[in-house]
Design a protein around this ligand. Structure first.
Ligand code: ADP
Ligand code: ASP
Ligand code: MG
Length: 930
């Protein structure tokens, strides 16, 4: 126990610490609260601790108000037991104050005199009432004139009264003298005539401006206080509530009243994230926010802060911190006045459920003077505040948010009846509102095409762009909300709209902070190899062979990374065979390493077949030949030259449909044309058939390979024709193949494809192999979640159990090699144009075309100045005469100089293999390191 410290100065600053439900639910957390409060007290601050009810207690009290009377006694008993148990764990021998509040609660639930509204009949629950009330200290009599809402408020207030009573006893018993403060003494609800009774009682608002007299009076009473969140009093002195989650707002009101140094919100997550981290594990910590943005994120659904807590703090200029009680050392989010930023970015995605849309239709209403005034007057009459508005010539649609409105079906029905007198009304519910928040939303619209496409597949009832330019909201059916946030989060990052590369703003992902799979946070290999890479960038060679010497641009591949990846795939129990998609990177050393790891090869041209020939011969690696719109000669070259059908098992001569020697690649067909026009090339052979499952997936339009707009795969309506041709020419379909696109991070994708292919295979009969394609994505932006291989295996395993007769194959390219390669480049020139800083380097779209072709995002760092503050915003460009020759737009890098070495990471896949001589610049050379 700490010794009692010296008295604080009368004007010592205040700090308000608010602890949420989970932060007050265990004795360990209470020890943390004591430590945190004591530390601030040691630093010379007066401390006001604001607590929520123990987690789950407000819900239980709410249920107690509405449950059947016969269930009340049991419900009350379990609340009593829960608090007594916690008191025992906190080693409070006498928790008199807590007992007093339990007694007061029992008296409210089981009154002796007749009640009103939702109150139970007198006489019920006599047993428990007697055990608590009659043995407890005397009670202030409950006013019998109170309405049902006022009774509910009084009942629910007990959660916080109980937890604060426990806290005061615990902190004092553990050496930190703490005074219990009744929050109703400090917080007086505003009398807002437009609020109906229910809102006045259960969702009250308080006017809280700095009040030096109150602060001084409190300071005269002590140094450390504890009080309740969630509750206040009204003008008549009755208890009112501040709305669910309102304890944050209590803390903010009190912080403003006391003009505190700051209000710290301690919860179960280290700050405000770019999305609800429980839904989006890749969500990134927002390290700082201004009040308006935080307000917008909270209002549009992020439960971590109660939306009403921002404005009292903003008005009184009190900063808000959000911190994790379990891990106090984590930095958290700081909300306050922030300097303007250089790069506009989406900061968060939030969503709200339970939205009700009211669509009002009438002809020519726009011209009708006063129509909107009449309509909105009805909303006001019913005490409903409107959130979003969409309008057309004959229709106005508005949304009602349950957070603001305490909606129930009676209120909405009554409103609809009244509205029906002036227009045609349609109520659409339940809906959900999905909001993108960020300052300067309009300037980001051009980056949102992927998001719009995602919504384009669903029915959107209303789109609204806020007039403060801070948000864009989509109202959709509630049923399609599930799983949407992770997809949108990923799309926004990939589109460069959520600028997670801005390390000054976006902290670690939730997954990196808390998740088991913190792999994404592992430092990339090239950081450890910095010295070697810098040396390679100095080491001149002559790529053109014409005596011209250069060291950069140069690709460097790290074989250990590739081997590790190959092993991870080989370890999947649901996958029988992995074929490397050679086009990703045909470097001979990579092919050799993968052959050694037991992978097969998927080749799309005679050139690729030739490239793997040597390692195939050495390791017996199987090959697939999967060209697209290839000329007849390619198949002939691949097959006919060395066609050696295997004799039948009984030694008889090979007949139609015989297996081919494993040395031969297994060809894949994806059109009728080859069997129609050149059947003799395939006569008697085994083939794979690539089908089009009529949908594409992936990180960019140009890598989606399904649907009629994509040239790949046999459309399903031609399947019977294909089967007929195959039968006629003794071609045996031994496998089905589908590949829907690249960059897929959704682990369930391959199981879905497998299910579909198995269905088709069952119809064909001869199929043994299902090739589920590649497309395994690699997160490119910092903090993006990795593809979860274990989940992939589990999902695929499930499907596999239903069709054990098929072998399952995968054919990844990018996933194996992307992270293993970097492109080294050297800074050539710097230029300033208006506000933009251009950083030129010798690698351009000739060396790496992915940014220009797919808007791909590659991490870029200045290797010469690694670790220096990245405080200059650059447009990183190459030397090619094309305005699309941009390797990275808006990148924060240290101030760079001519000659610095840049590393362009994740360039191992489709980098060197897609390079060109464009502008007659020589091809980049590549080296491999072990
Ligand atoms: P407390 O009980 O401490 O008041 P809450 O449950 O009210 O805590 O709020 C914390 C929760 O808010 C987190 O556990 C998280 O699931 C949720 N949440 C929703 N959106 C966000 C977001 N954008 N950032 C952080 N947390 C969020
Ligand atoms: N206990 C109240 C609730 O659960 C208030 C809060 O915890 O913020 O809604
Ligand atoms: Mg909360």
């Amino acid at each position: 126990m700490t010794a009692s410290p010296s008295l604080l100065a009368p004007d010592a600053p205040w700090v308000v610490l608010k602890f949420g439900g989970t932060s007050v639910a265990t004795v360990e957390r209470w020890h943390t609260i004591r430590r945190l409060a004591a530390a601030r007290r040691e630093q010379g601050m007066r401390v006001l601790v604001v607590v929520s009810a123990v987690s789950g207690v407000t819900d239980a009290l709410k249920a107690l108000c509405t449950c059947a009377s016969e269930a009340r006694e049991g419900a009350l008993a379990s609340l009593v037991a829960r608090h007594r148990e916690l008191a025992a764990q906190m080693q409070l021998d006498r928790a008199d104050e807590m007992e007093r509040w339990l007694a007061s609660l029992a008296a409210l639930i089981f009154p002796l005199s007749p009640g009103e509204g939702g109150e139970p009949a007198p006489g019920e629950g006599a047993g428990i009432r007697q055990s608590l009330v009659d043995s407890g200290p005397p009670l202030k009599p409950t006013s019998r004139r109170e309405s049902a809402y006022s009774w509910q408020a009084a009942v629910q207030a007990h959660g916080e009264l109980l937890s604060s009573a426990l806290g005061a006893a615990f902190l004092t018993a553990n050496g930190l003298a703490t005074r219990w403060l009744d929050a109703r003494e400090a917080l007086l609800a505003r009398d807002l005539p437009f609020l109906n009774e229910r809102a006045r009682r259960l969702s009250a608002q308080v006017q809280a401006d700095p009040d030096p007299a109150f602060a001084a009076a409190l300071a005269a009473r002590g140094e450390v206080f504890i009080t309740q969140g969630f509750i206040a009093r009204d003008a008549a002195g009755d208890t009112v509530l501040l709305g669910r989650g309102g304890s944050d707002t209590s803390a903010a009101y009190l912080g403003a009243l006391l003009r505190a140094t700051r209000v710290e919100i301690w919860t179960d997550v280290a700050g405000m994230f770019t999305a609800d981290p429980r839904e989006v594990p890749g969500a990134r910590l927002l390290q700082h926010l201004d009040y308006e943005e935080a307000q917008e994120i909270a209002t549009t659904g992020a439960k971590v802060l109660h939306p009403r807590c921002l404005s009292p703090c903003r008005r009184a200029r009190v900063p808000l911190w959000i911190k994790d009680t379990r891990f106090p050392e984590l930095a958290g989010t700081v909300i306050g006045l922030q300097p303007a930023e250089a790069v506009p970015s989406v900061k968060a995605i939030s969503s709200r459920r339970g939205i009700t849309l009211v669509s009002m239709e009438t002809s020519g209403m726009w011209q009708q003077v006063g129509f909107l005034a009449d309509v909105f007057a009805l909303f006001k009459q019913h005490g409903l505040s409107v959130d979003l508005i969409g309008s057309a010539e004959t229709n106005v649609t508005v949304s009602l948010d349950p957070g603001e409105n305490l909606l129930d079906s009676d209120v909405v029905a009554a409103l609809a009846t009244d509205l029906a007198r002036v227009c045609r009304v349609k109520v659409i519910a339940p809906c959900a509102a999905v909001t993108l928040v960020g300052r300067g939303m309009r300037s980001m619209l051009h980056r949102l095409s992927g998001v719009l496409a995602e919504f384009g597949r669903e029915r959107v009832h209303l789109i609204s762009q806020s007039s403060n330019n801070l948000n864009l909201t989509f109202v959709i059916d509630e049923g399609i909300l599930d799983g949407l946030a992770p997809r949108l989060h990923e799309l926004l990052i990939r589109a460069g709209a959520l600028r997670t590369d801005d390390a000054g703003l976006f902290g670690p992902s939730w997954q990196a902070l808390y998740g088991a799979g913190a792999a994404g946070a592992r430092a990339p290999w090239w950081k450890a190899e910095r010295a070697r890479l810098l040396e390679l960038a100095e080491n001149l060679h002559s790529p053109s062979g014409r005596g011209e010497k250069r060291a950069t641009p140069r690709y460097v591949y790290h074989l250990p990374t590739i081997r590790e990846r190959a092993r991870a795939l080989r370890a999947l129990w649901s996958v029988d065979r992995v074929y490397y998609a050679v086009k990703a990177n045909p470097h001979p050393a990579i092919l050799a390493a993968l052959a050694e790891e037991g992978l097969g090869f998927e080749c799309v041209s005679p050139g690729e077949l030739a490239a793997v020939e040597a390692v195939r011969a050495a390791h017996g690696s199987p090959r697939l030949f999967t060209p697209n719109f290839a000329p007849r000669a390619d198949y002939e070259a691949a097959l006919l030259d060395r066609a050696t059908p295997v004799p039948e098992a009984d030694g008889s001569a090979p007949g139609p449909g015989s297996r081919v020697a494993s040395a031969e690649p297994l060809p894949t067909l994806d059109a009728l044309h080859p069997l129609h026009h050149w059947p003799e090339v395939f006569e008697g052979r085994e083939v794979m058939l690539r089908v089009d499952l009529d949908r594409g997936v992936g990180h960019h339009d140009k890598v989606r390979t399904g649907g009629a707009a994509s040239k790949f795969g046999l459309p399903m309506e031609q399947l019977d024709a294909f089967l007929g041709l195959a039968r006629e020419h003794h071609v045996r379909i031994v496998g089905l193949h589908a590949h829907l696109g690249s960059g897929v991070l959704d682990a369930s994708h391959w199981a879905q494809v497998c299910g579909q292919l198995a269905g088709i295979a069952d119809r064909i009969g001869s199929v043994r192999y299902l090739d589920l394609g590649g497309g395994l994505g690699v997160p490119s932006h910092p903090g993006e979640a990795e593809l979860d291989l274990a989940a992939l295996d589990a999902a695929l395993g499930e499907v596999r159990r239903t069709c054990p007769q098929y072998e399952l194959w995968l054919e990844p390219g990018r996933w194996l090699v992307a992270d293993a390669g970097v492109l080294l480049a050297r800074v050539t020139q710097l230029k300033r144009k208006g506000a933009l800083h251009y950083l030129g380097c010798d690698a351009g779209m000739h060396a790496l075309i992915r940014p220009a072709l797919y808007d791909a995002w590659h991490p870029i760092e200045n290797l010469s100045r690694l670790g220096a503050p990245a405080d200059t915003l650059y447009q990183v460009v190459g030397p090619i005469c094309e305005s699309g020759d941009v390797l990275g737009a808006d990148r924060h890098l240290p101030e760079s100089r001519e000659g610095d070495v840049l590393v362009i990471a994740q360039a191992g896949a489709y980098g060197e293999s897609m390079a060109s001589h464009y502008n007659l610049r020589p091809l980049a050379e590549s080296v491999v390191i072990e």
